[in-house]
Design a protein around this ligand. Structure first.
Ligand SMILES: [Fe+2]
Length: 262
């Protein structure tokens, strides 16, 4: 049974369908990118609450859940007065920060973790397993310095871009505590800076732009390929028509005289 749309028309219809899909895809890409980066912020009395805001609250809570116990261990194990004093500072500061975090989380209706994450639990286990007070001091200073450097980046991003006033206030409080602890850790003289990750050149905004450029380059390539396909198809159709066209009068006459048909 012969299809209603056959031959070149079927191919043309397929190309048109693919082009339509490409146009739809181009329209959807920006939406998909935005949604994957930023789930829809939730409106609150203090402004929209985004995913990064929530993560900051949770990170600040988890920091207290492992730094408080780390400070307690330092006071018991270390023989270094600086480390012992720092241990006490961590316990006091994170106790106060934790109160602020829980108040903000309650206002914003954000559930908080009740225990340190897997990495933090591993660091606590590492501290408890130290073979000597001196080894403990080395681990304490370096693990904590690495952790503070990492959380400082998170705080700075949220403090710089959050649209939620409550979270911005909390980020300011957390920032003061983290900077204070970082400075005190470095003043112990035990931090090995070769173990600290070097900052990446370029901002996260640059990274997003590069991601956008890659996606749009792919879409552009797809559209270009389809356009080329259409051009080739048109050329093929023209050539097919040329072959199927009736012969010129003179040519037909010659063929008739020769007793052949074209
Ligand atoms: Fe801290």
């Amino acid at each position: 049974m012969r299809s209603i749309v056959s031959g070149p028309r079927r191919v043309l219809a397929a190309v048109a369908a693919v082009l339509l899909l490409a146009v739809v895809a181009v329209g959807l890409v920006p939406t998909i990118l935005v949604e994957s980066r930023n789930p829809e912020p939730r409106p609150t009395e203090w402004g929209p609450l985004g995913a990064a805001d929530v993560e900051l609250l949770r990170a600040a809570r988890r920091a207290g859940l492992w730094e408080g116990p780390a400070g307690e261990i330092a006071r018991e194990v270390s023989r270094n007065p600086k480390i012992q004093a720092l241990g006490m500072t961590l316990m006091v500061d994170h106790g106060q920060l934790d109160v602020a975090v829980r108040q903000s989380a309650a206002k914003l209706r954000v559930p908080l973790p009740d225990e340190p994450n897997e990495s933090q639990q591993g660091w606590l286990a590492e501290l408890r397993a130290a073979g000597s007070p001196e080894e403990f001091d080395q681990i304490f200073a370096n693990r904590l310095r690495q952790a503070h450097g990492s959380v400082l980046v998170t705080i700075a991003q949220v403090r710089g871009g959050s649209r939620n006033a409550e979270v911005r206030d909390l980020a300011s409080i957390a920032n003061q505590a983290v900077l204070r602890h970082q400075n005190l850790l470095e003043k112990t003289g035990l931090v090995d800076f070769t173990t600290i990750a070097e900052p990446l050149a370029g901002t996260s905004f640059d990274t997003e732009l590069r991601a956008d450029a890659r996606v749009f380059a792919l879409v552009g390539l797809l559209v270009f390929a389809e356009s080329a396909l259409v051009v080739l198809l048109i050329a093929w159709l023209r050539r097919s028509r040329g072959k199927a066209a009736p012969p010129a009068v003179g040519s037909f006459a010659v063929n008739e005289m020769e007793g052949t048909r074209t």
